[in-house]
Design a protein. Structure first.
Length: 245
């Protein structure tokens, strides 16, 4: 499959805030948040998530992954409880029934199409629904994580391979273009390059430059025994003796 770049869309933090405000309840805010800031597949991973999968003390979540369950060790993956997700999880937990197993309970009916409902919520927020609603939420999060973490880390959290991430998820955003055109950022990079620490070899050369150098006739290296030999020479000087002397 080839990725259609024309159907890519990056959901900014400002747009996400408007959509959160337009959600009808805590569970829908969490459904949106799990996709936007957790990178979960919706509905499969979102509806499979249980409260027992939330490790509040370690600040981690175990995400069931029905799509990859047939792969070795592909039945789940662990992700951090990202700061943007923590309060959404806590709000939903406070409202959950004491005997509830699943995190999302009100919207588990197969007749309730989450994609259709999200389209209505996006419109209610005053925004235009983007292509591939839930996929682009995941892609947005993976693009953000790629700015701060190595590829093997953010791919493990999102649950795809580096090849799939590069081909179908990672996006070039307006912020990337703005940073690329920022002259001050370029100047700072060049300045840090010129101010890089000098090597030991350069330092050694500088020390040699500070040491006085004898440029006269005896500039070659010698020891004290050589000086004694030269002191014992007669008026002949340093030239070799000849028969005429």
């Amino acid at each position: 499959m080839r990725s259609n770049r024309e159907r890519e869309y990056f959901i900014t933090a400002a747009e996400a805030a408007l959509i959160i405000d337009a959600c009808p309840d805590a569970e829908w805010r969490l459904i949106f948040g799990l996709a936007r800031w957790g990178g979960l597949r919706c509905p499969s991973e979102t509806l499979a998530l249980q409260w027992s999968h939330i490790d509040w003390a370690r600040n981690r979540m175990t995400i069931p992954t029905p799509k990859t369950a047939h792969h070795p060790r592909g039945e789940s993956r662990d992700i951090p409880i990202f700061p943007e997700l923590r309060h959404l999880l806590e709000d939903a937990f406070e409202l959950a029934e004491p005997c509830a197993d699943h995190v999302i309970t009100r919207y588990r009916d197969a007749k309730k199409n989450l994609r259709t409902q999200l389209t209505r919520i996006v419109k209610r927020a005053g925004l235009k629904p983007w292509p591939k609603l839930f996929h682009n939420l995941r892609a947005t999060r993976e693009t953000e994580l790629a700015e701060s973490f190595p590829a093997h880390v953010f791919c493990a959290w999102i649950g795809n391979s580096q090849m799939v991430a590069q081909k179908h998820y990672l996006q070039v955003t307006d912020e990337h273009f703005a940073r690329g055109a920022d002259c001050s950022a370029l100047q700072n990079a060049l300045q840090s390059l010129h101010e890089s620490p000098r090597t030991d070899a350069n330092t050694e050369n500088d020390e040699r430059a500070k040491t006085p150098v004898n440029t006269g006739r005896f500039a070659h290296t010698h020891d004290d025994s050589d000086l004694d030999k030269m002191a014992g020479m007669g008026v002949e000087g340093l030239e070799p003796p000849t028969l005429s002397v």
